[in-house]
Design a protein around this ligand. Sequence first.
Ligand code: HEM
Length: 183
Amino acid sequence: MGSREARAGSLDAPGRWGDTEVVEMNETGIHHDAEALEPFLGRWRGRGRGKYPTITPFEYEEECEYRPFRKPFVIYSQKTWDPRTGEPLHQEVGYLRPKPGGLVEIVIAHPTGIAEILEGSIRNGEIDAESTHVGLTSTAKDVRRLRRQISVEGDSMHYTLLMAAVGLPMQEHLTCSLTRVPE
Ligand code: HEM
């Protein structure tokens, strides 16, 4: 795999991350220490299903992005909408940070007053992470625990999200299959 160097500060946030730092990246633009996330990079689009014992099952369309950065993490963003009406549903943004030994740390913020911190494994394009902390604003829904399983094979991504919420034990809320959008 080829290698290139970039002067931090010469890219999208000049000066902010230290102008003299030299960052090691491969040709996808991902930092060497974040290479375990390389299969996830890009824009993805697909359709998912949601359920929980307290709600009516629903379908949704999703677009999400995993973007490299010159620091050892990947920037994640997601938006969803109702396939019938086009009305926006859930959105979320966050960061993924691989660590030595096949570990991954994830932080995700939700506009619904929820902040997730997850830790887990990343191996061969598969992430399995569970929440170590869930932060809630005073009016957020009562979400206690989360588990995210995300796998990528070539141009196909699949994920499930399990949650323990509103007094119920850990169980599936979302499952979704996405395809990489050519860029
Ligand atoms: C693809 C992303 C998601 C979509 C499309 C989605 C959609 C929905 C919909 C349509 C409902 C039922 C109506 C409502 O209460 O608004 C719902 C309920 C809920 N969702 Fe999600 N959701 C998503 C992700 C999440 C995530 C990441 C969490 C937790 C961090 C979450 C937690 C909840 C909770 C706690 C409820 C309410 C259950 C209840 O009040 O009984 N959702 N979701």
